[in-house]
Design a protein around this ligand. Structure first.
Ligand code: NAD
Ligand code: MG
Length: 370
């Protein structure tokens, strides 16, 4: 089996990856039940004795007690704060509640806050961690596939404003990330597919053999060990990009493949009804088509991408209006004069930032989406 023998950059898959950043490097540990070792890992890293766990009731209901016990067993004193479901949790309202909770719990400078949940919990908790007492120890225990491969690594934390998503935030790296695949067993299928889209994106920009391998995989037959390998490979790609460009001054933008159109699709749907990862899957499809139409990507490679997306995301039946898509693309944060895309030239190689004239894009969208 290809994945078993697979090595990346000559390294066999280790149980741990180290995210290399000048002063803020940190380890990411992988494995079943690895989160239950949080207390052991933290004892070496932090001097404070208190840990505030931030989670959501459903997740904590499933896995919280054992996690909490593993911390108290190591001598930590814990308390729990629940965020609501969805993007509303990433708002100042709940950050203020978190500050209150932290003060009431007596959380001090050398203590720790742990994000135990998906990307929503991770982003909001990270923002709290970055700002409370000018920054306290932060640990990520991601529980969704998307947060395992994407949001828990890289240090982007933040909240939303009524005017838009992720408009307030910081770069704030965790002390440690614990990726425990046990949690995936209860994750709804759509959430799995949303994470898969970001994994496929990572493979498309950096690992041709893995992108090809993933196309042939039966998702329902994947075991926990397979997931561990896939997740490690995706994290490794993200880690490499992030370590070369922590604050997205250049290279990190390659991670935006599929995101110009993906964000527009989310926008058209009012950021509800379609998950971010699902929108990215469609974004990958259409940006690959755009790459092909502009002569960047070879026809056969576009066909491979189309097959993968159609096979896994056929259930997403959307009617997309070209003009409304363009309204959202106009607002893309990456834009300068024209509309910025990361276009693929070859599967397995970093895509290139290309700016496309609005008028040309409008015609292309009309041709493809009418
Ligand atoms: P999410 O956090 O909303 O989680 C999805 C749903 O799954 C929630 O209802 C959650 O309660 C539930 N859930 C979580 N773990 C579960 C489990 N193990 N079993 C059953 N249910 C579980 O969604 P997400 O996709 O993880 O994260 C999306 C967020 O991440 C967005 O706000 C996005 O902006 C952010 N994000 C941030 C970055 C970054 O770099 N910081 C990157 C990508 C995405
Ligand atoms: Mg994304």
């Amino acid at each position: 089996e290809i994945l078993k023998s697979l090595t990346i950059d000559g390294l066999r898959f280790p149980r741990k990856l180290y995210i290399n950043l000048a002063e803020n490097g940190y380890p990411v540990y992988f494995g079943e039940k690895v989160a239950l070792k949080a207390g052991e890992f933290l004892k070496e890293k932090v001097t404070g004795k208190k840990i505030l766990i931030v989670s959501q009731e459903n997740i904590f209901g499933l896995y919280g007690k054992t996690l909490e016990e593993s911390l108290t067993k190591e001598g930590f004193k814990t308390d729990v704060f629940f965020l609501p479901q969805g993007e509303v949790a990433k708002s100042m309202e709940y950050i203020l509640q978190l500050y209150d909770k932290a003060i009431e719990f007596g959380l001090r400078r050398h203590d720790t806050v742990m994000a135990f949940g998906g990307g929503v919990v991770g982003d909001a908790t990270g923002f709290f961690a970055a700002t409370y007492l000018r920054g306290i120890n932060f640990v990520q225990v991601p529980t969704t596939l998307l947060s395992m491969v994407d949001s828990s690594v890289g240090g982007k934390v933040g909240i939303n404003l009524p005017q838009g998503k992720n408009l307030v935030g910081a770069f704030y790296q965790p002390k440690v990330v614990l990726i425990d695949t046990t949690y995936l067993k209860t994750l709804p299928r759509r959430e799995v597919l949303a994470g898969l889209a970001e994994i496929y994106k990572a493979f498309l920009i950096a690992e041709e053999s893995l992108a090809g391998w993933l196309s042939g995989v039966n998702l329902d037959k994947l075991r926990s060990r397979d997931w561990q390998r896939i997740i490690k490979a995706a994290v490794k790609i993200k880690a490499k990009v992030v370590s070369l460009d922590e604050r997205e001054e250049g290279l990190r933008a390659v991670l935006n493949l599929g995101h110009t159109i993906g964000h527009a699709i989310e926008g058209v749907n009012g950021f509800s009804g379609i998950l971010h990862g699902e929108a990215v899957a469609l974004g990958i499809l259409w940006e690959a088509k755009l790459s092909k139409d502009l002569g960047y990507l070879r026809e056969e490679e576009w066909e491979k991408i189309r097959e993968f997306i159609e096979k896994n995301y056929a259930y997403l039946k959307l009617s997309l209006n070209p003009d409304s898509l363009l309204v959202f693309m106009d607002k893309d944060k990456k834009n300068r004069e024209d509309i910025a895309f990361m276009l693929l030239k070859k599967i397995g190689e970093y895509p290139e930032n290309v700016e496309i004239k609005r008028e040309w894009l409008q015609k292309w969208l009309t041709l493809n989406f009418s």
